[in-house]
Design a protein around this ligand. Structure first.
Ligand SMILES: Nc1ncnc2c1ncn2[C@@H]1O[C@H](COP(=O)(O)OP(=O)(O)OP(=O)(O)O)[C@@H](O)[C@H]1O
Ligand SMILES: [Mg+2]
Length: 485
């Protein structure tokens, strides 16, 4: 199938002892002393195999090292034998099959003695390198991982069940890591290098990716992946996890159904986007919804949804479409609700205007540690957008627009909780008045370090009571909040 296949195992390299680099001088643009096999892929755009496969973790260090060495050599032989340009014409399955055959051939040509599982590990890792994301490929297949963080070639962390864990996975070197990052971002038509060292991208499965390369990342390229969950969490799931109570769930369903303008506030990774997605589940299917996101993460179940995504500037710095552009444009698209994935800039002003002008039920997330802070963040965003509004006018705009703030938090034991459901009541003098409807109170910690606490309704009758009544949902609300209506 491949042009050079007939030469596999007959090239000089196959006869060389392990460790012998097979690359030509032109490949070695690195100053690193050992021959760097992955440099050949720079021209061929396929990286070298990684040294620490998760599948080989049970092996002794010595056996692991030997297997790594074998992998590098087999990979080198493969690169010499394969015409990579022909690979691109094949489907991933065909490439896997082809690599499988050729690697088995190379192993027998080299007279290597490998057990079947070892041989499979070699094949799988080489495939991962050529087709996928190298050593982190197995992590991407795991659905229990929320975030994957690569801090340079030697350090890979994952977040599982809300907790950070260091893995034993390593890239062989910075060049291999950079190659993989390059492959990720080139799939969305971008480039990451010293000249443009920061890049956002998305994996084919929808996972959100950020790359920041040296010299900005001092200890090697930092790659951060927010894994895309195929099965998005629902309010029911959040209930099972203890993030909310059944009563709070009901109130949140009502908030969503009665078209309150809602701000979901929280720290990084606290579950804001998840919560936004959950809350949209209770929107009337007849409504026309327009979503604006930096990287499409929301999965609305409604039939009438238009999804918009921002665009970064191209390599010449042109063609950028900002969140503000999207929000402004979507006002001309006859939306009934506008959902902004993350409000982080001057689009805050446009969203507030939309909320104030009949697009009730609009929602957005914002980075803030508590409800009050989320409002001052909006103020700052408006000011930074260059609007010259007096503070009071700005606050009036905010208090008129936002009805409810839902605060999400990731607690120190890794659990995620909804810590506040807070209502924006209006203004008292220059100050926006807030009223907590439900708060999560931390009571202590058990012997395993898990936080003990409970959600408590404050007992105050929400100002959105009348609106709930208008939608015929005041009974549902009264039952959840244990009011006698
Ligand atoms: N209540 C929850 N319980 C357990 N896991 C959760 C909960 N909410 C969200 N998660 C998980 O936590 C991870 C982060 O969630 P999400 O993307 O919603 O956070 P975020 O606040 O939007 O993050 P960012 O600030 O990076 O945008 C996801 O993998 C998600 O599935
Ligand atoms: Mg988010």
């Amino acid at each position: 199938m491949f042009g050079k296949r007939g030469t596999a195992g007959q090239n000089g390299n196959a006869a060389k002892p392990f460790g012998g680099g097979s690359k030509t001088a032109s490949d070695n643009d690195s100053k690193a002393p050992p021959p760097a096999p992955e440099k050949s892929e720079a021209k061929a755009s396929a990286p070298a195999p990684e040294p620490a496969p998760s599948s080989a973790t049970s092996l002794s260090d010595e056996a692991k090292e030997k297997l790594d060495e074998i992998k590098v050599n087999v990979f080198n032989d493969l690169m010499e034998a394969v015409d990579l340009s022909e690979l691109t014409a094949l489907t991933p399955e065909q490439v896997r099959e082809e690599i499988n055959d050729m690697v088995s051939e190379i192993i027998s040509m080299r007279g290597l003695v490998l057990s079947l599982p070892e041989q499979q590990t070699v094949i799988k890792d080489i495939c991962n390198d050529i087709l996928g994301l190298g050593p982190i490929e197995p992590l991407l297949e795991r659905d229990d991982i929320a975030d994957l963080m690569v801090n340079g070639p030697d350090v890979v962390y994952i977040e599982v069940d809300g907790k950070m864990q260091k893995t034993s996975i390593k890239f062989r070197d910075q060049a291999q890591l950079m190659n993989i990052c390059q492959r990720i971002v080139s799939a969305v038509g971008r480039r990451v290098d010293e000249a443009s060292p920061i890049c956002d991208a998305r994996l084919a499965d929808g996972s959100r990716v950020n790359v920041i390369a040296p010299p900005l990342a001092i200890d090697g390229t930092a790659l951060t992946i927010r894994k895309f969950k195929k099965d998005k969490l629902t309010l029911e799931n959040l209930l099972q996890f203890g993030s909310i109570t059944p009563e709070l769930k009901t109130v949140m369903e009502v908030v969503s159904a009665i078209r309150l303008n809602t701000l979901i506030s929280g720290g990084t990774g606290s579950g804001k986007t998840t919560l936004l997605n959950c809350m949209t589940g209770h929107i009337d299917p007849a409504e026309r919804i327009i979503t604006c996101e930096d990287s499409a993460e929301l999965q609305l179940q409604q039939p009438h949804v238009v999804r918009l995504e921002t665009r970064p500037p191209n390599l010449e710095g042109k063609g950028e479409v900002t969140m503000r552009d999207l929000v402004k444009n979507c006002l001309r698209m006859r939306p009934e609700r506008i959902i902004v994935g993350e409000v982080r800039g001057p689009e805050a002003f446009d969203l507030l205007q939309a909320m104030n002008t009949g697009h009730d039920g609009s929602m957005g997330t914002i980075h803030a540690n508590n409800p009050r802070e989320s409002l001052s963040r909006i103020e700052n965003m408006i000011m930074m957008g260059g609007y010259n509004l007096p503070t009071k006018a700005m606050r009036e705009q905010i208090s008129g627009a936002v009805h409810v703030i839902v605060q999400a938090a990731r607690l120190r034991d890794g659990s995620r909780k909804i810590t506040h459901l807070t209502e924006v009541l209006g203004m008292e003098g220059d100050v926006v008045t807030l009223q907590d409807i439900c708060v999560y109170e931390i009571e202590g910690e058990d012997s395993n370090g898990n936080i003990i606490g409970r959600h408590k309704f404050t007992g105050l009758r929400p100002a959105f009571w009348e609106k709930a009544k208008y939608y015929g949902l005041e009974r549902k609300l009264a039952e959840a909040m244990q009011f006698t209506s």
